[in-house]
Design a protein around this ligand. Structure first.
Ligand code: ADP
Ligand code: AMP
Length: 291
């Protein structure tokens, strides 16, 4: 097949120019014969044939070039040269890194997160925000439209939808910040990747994860003991098993995510409360968080 090259354009122009020249000279001759009222000789009439051929060739080539030479349409904005955006990052966090410090407290159910957080509040003035406590308070708030939904999720040991949990945390952090508090222990959060990303994108970046490692049988024993007096709908064997499963399947990937960022401080919690606390303080001191 005939392929378009630069030379077809040159050829077109040459043919057009020749046709034009020939046409001009023929027009001149015709005018001469017209003014002298003589009929043009046969030879002159025959010499119009190459002119007609040239004209047709010029027209044909022009038409061909119109179809092949025209440049493809260009987008008004070139998508390749624009900086790429991270699809996960939709908003600026509400708090800058130098405005508040957030430490996430993670570990299996019954690992001792609440117990150790209470000690940090007492000794170092952190604000302790437990996602579970906030959800239980919301569940018990008669004016909340989410009460029943939260109760069902907790009873089943499932993760409450992130929109609810993140909104409760946001409100609690803002209230405390407006009272001059800037150091937060966010306990039992994030328990799922969607809430981790929502919090980090919308509220603040967590500085560290304080991660309590604990064997399952130890946690089971503690929870069953706690269940004797806690009155909680989820401190029973059936729900505890489900909570362990959710922790492994859904919450451990969050720990792994922060581990890759070098943000996980590990504490082994199968020891007396004060021994565990000694580890906690040592870890935080190492990072310059407590004096
Ligand atoms: P979490 O907040 O991780 O669910 P808690 O702090 O409520 O766990 O602890 C669960 C239960 O275990 C509580 O009854 C608590 O008193 C008890 N407990 C916590 N830490 C220890 C520990 N180091 N040794 C023995 N019992 C503990
Ligand atoms: P906890 O008080 O931490 O033992 O949590 C008790 C229950 O509250 C969990 O089993 C969940 O049903 C719910 N919950 C606690 N934290 C979260 C969270 N970060 N996201 C969603 N649901 C949560």
């Amino acid at each position: 097949m005939f392929k378009y090259t630069k030379s077809t354009l040159q050829l077109t122009r040459t043919v057009q120019r020749s046709a034009l020249k020939m046409a001009q000279s023929r027009v001149l001759q015709c005018r001469m014969y017209a003014s002298s009222n003589k009929e043009a000789p046969k030879k002159q009439r025959r010499s119009l044939v190459p002119l007609a051929i040239l004209g047709i060739a010029a027209l044909g080539l022009t038409y061909y070039n119109m179809g092949h030479v025209s440049k493809p349409p260009r987008a008004s904005v070139d998508p390749v040269s624009r900086p790429k955006k991270d699809i996960e990052s939709k908003e600026q966090p509400l708090f800058k890194d130098n405005e508040i410090s957030v430490i996430y407290v993670l570990g299996g159910p019954g690992a001792g997160k609440g117990t150790q957080s209470a000690k940090l509040v007492k000794e170092y003035g952190f604000v302790h925000l437990s996602a579970g406590d906030l959800l239980r308070a919301e569940q018990n708030d008669a004016s909340s439209k989410y009460g029943e939904l939260i109760a069902n999720y907790i009873k089943e040991g499932r993760i409450v939808p992130q929109e609810i949990t993140v909104a409760l945390l946001r409100k609690a952090i803002v209230n405390n910040y407006n009272q001059g508090k800037t150091k937060f222990l966010v306990d039992g959060f994030p328990r799922k990747m969607d809430q981790a990303l929502a919090f980090e994108n919308q509220i603040a970046h967590g500085k560290f994860v304080l991660f309590f490692q604990c064997p399952e049988d130890v946690m089971l024993h503690r929870l069953l003991e706690r269940g004797k007096t806690s009155g909680r709908s989820d401190d029973n064997m059936e729900t505890i098993r489900k909570r362990f499963h959710v922790f492994e399947e859904t919450s451990m990937p969050v720990v792994d995510y922060f581990e890759k960022q070098g943000k996980v401080l590990k504490v082994s919690c199968d020891h007396p409360v004060d021994v565990v606390f000694g580890q906690v303080v040592a870890q935080l001191k190492k990072e310059g968080i407590t004096d």
